[in-house]
Ligand binder design. Structure first.
Ligand SMILES: Cc1ncc(COP(=O)(O)O)c(C=O)c1O
Ligand SMILES: N[C@@H](CCSC[C@H](N)C(=O)O)C(=O)O
Length: 403
């Protein structure tokens, strides 16, 4: 009989553990080795690099949440990409977005520069351009949507369907870190491998690094497992246990983070900033995004027109911490060009229309009035915003972001 599945919110907290003592929380097997029942019978587990019950529990839970047949927990989001790129052969052609996360760009560039892969970066918001570049020699396609931090939206299904028509063996890879499984199910849109940095929303507390790889095809799953076992990047028992714990509140955290983010996007827009956020109608791909996702997440970016002004804003918030990463319960502020995306060189950033003054906000679950007051104080101190005779805030920068 097919296992009964519940709504995502229920699946997140529903415990399917079959623990011998009926522990309400799946136990932590903090053990590197497992004794064999006999010399000839290895038993279910022998060595934690190859498998561990706490990691299996997490993976089974994640598979239900991501609508995957197989998931694999590894030591970071970049660890996922490392495993996935190892499925390719030397010299294979791959297509990648031109606004992928900085670390993704760095690893792909590294492999390209060593001649391991031939990586071609294109603007993946231009579906026709991407289609024209896909050929029978394209072996893998790397997509991200909305992109971090320019919030560009990709037509995932159109690209995945076309790529599979041209080459049934192409592997379409999708980084779903920005949406999480609560807001998007990329496997339903035709991607072959979905991965996420679980360091972000999935865990939500910035107390661990992890990554999850999800697939439906059993052959791909076998290859992914082979690499993980061979390289030893499976997630440790303790981090698997911690991630299982963080995961339970994913739905409620995202609901609150997103509600706060929408209010902040509207606030910034109302005082004259051009805001990049797929949850507001002014986003050029608002309808495409809404057709693929159940929400818009809690990351937005905006420009001020001046690097100095942006620096002053970032340095004058209290509640918003100056830190990389996102998806955590507390709010963060950053300048991607100096922080998360500094690994993309300045020339490439310019070629890709990446604004140096861009500020990224990652919204947490704090009280919304406190967040808006904190931001207002920093905007006023920086001089980016002033108060008119009617006591209303207005932006004095009036910059038109290149969306
Ligand atoms: C969209 C995206 N994908 C992947 C990663 C890599 O994840 P990790 O930091 O867990 O390696 C990050 C951030 O680091 C990210 O923002
Ligand atoms: N120094 C790190 C930067 C990590 S950025 C983390 C996250 N993806 C974000 O977008 O903020 C590095 O070199 O990778």
């Amino acid at each position: 009989m097919a296992p009964k599945s519940y709504s995502l919110e229920t699946e997140l907290v529903f415990n399917k553990s079959s623990d011998q003592y009926n522990a309400s929380v799946a136990p932590l097997y903090q053990s590197a080795t497992f004794k064999q029942p006999s010399l000839s019978n290895m038993g279910e587990y022998d060595y934690t690099r190859s498998g561990n019950p706490t990691r299996t529990y997490l993976q089974n839970h994640m598979a239900r949440i991501m609508k995957a047949n197989y998931t694999f927990a590894v030591t970071s989001g970049m660890g996922c990409l490392d495993v996935i790129t190892r499925l390719l052969k030397p010299g294979d052609e791959v297509i990648a977005g031109d606004d992928l996360y900085g670390g993704t760009n760095r690893l792909l560039n590294y492999l390209n520069s060593k001649g391991d892969l031939k990586v071609h970066h294109y603007d993946t918001t231009n579906t026709e351009l991407i289609k024209s570049k896909i050929s029978s020699s394209t072996k893998m396609i790397f997509l991200e949507s909305p992109t971090n931090p320019l919030i560009k939206v990709v037509d995932v299904k159109a690209i995945a369907d076309y790529a599979h028509q041209v080459n049934p063996n192409v592997v379409v890879v999708f980084d779903n870190t920005m949406m999480s499984p609560i807001l998007m199910t990329p496997l339903d849109l035709g991607v072959d491998i979905q991965y996420e940095s679980a360091t972000k929303y999935l865990n939500g507390h910035h107390d661990l690094m992890a990554g999850i790889i999800a697939v439906r095809d059993s052959k791909l799953a076998e290859q992914v497992y082979y690499v993980i076992n061979s390289t030893g990047c499976g997630l440790s028992p303790f981090d698997s246990w911690l991630l299982s714990r963080g995961l339970r509140t994913l739905a409620i955290r995202i609901e609150r983070q997103q509600a706060n983010c929408i209010k902040i996007a509207e606030f910034l827009q109302s005082i004259g900033f051009k805001v990049r956020y797929p949850g507001i109608k002014s986003h050029p791909q608002y309808h495409l995004h809404q057709s693929m996702c159940k929400g818009s997440g809690a990351v937005l970016s905006f420009e001020t027109g001046s690097i100095k002004t942006s620096e002053k804003i970032v340095e004058n918030t209290d509640i918003f911490g100056i830190a990389v990463s996102f998806g955590c319960v507390n709010s963060l502020i950053s300048m991607p060009c100096k922080m998360s995306h500094a690994s993309i060189d300045a020339k490439t950033r310019e070629e890709r229309d990446f604004p140096e003054d861009l500020i990224r906000l990652c919204i947490g679950i704090e009280n919304i009035d406190d967040l808006i007051n904190d931001l207002t104080k920093a905007l006023l101190k920086s001089g980016a915003v002033k108060i008119n005779e009617k006591d209303e805030l207005f932006s004095v920068v009036g910059v038109e972001a290149k969306l």
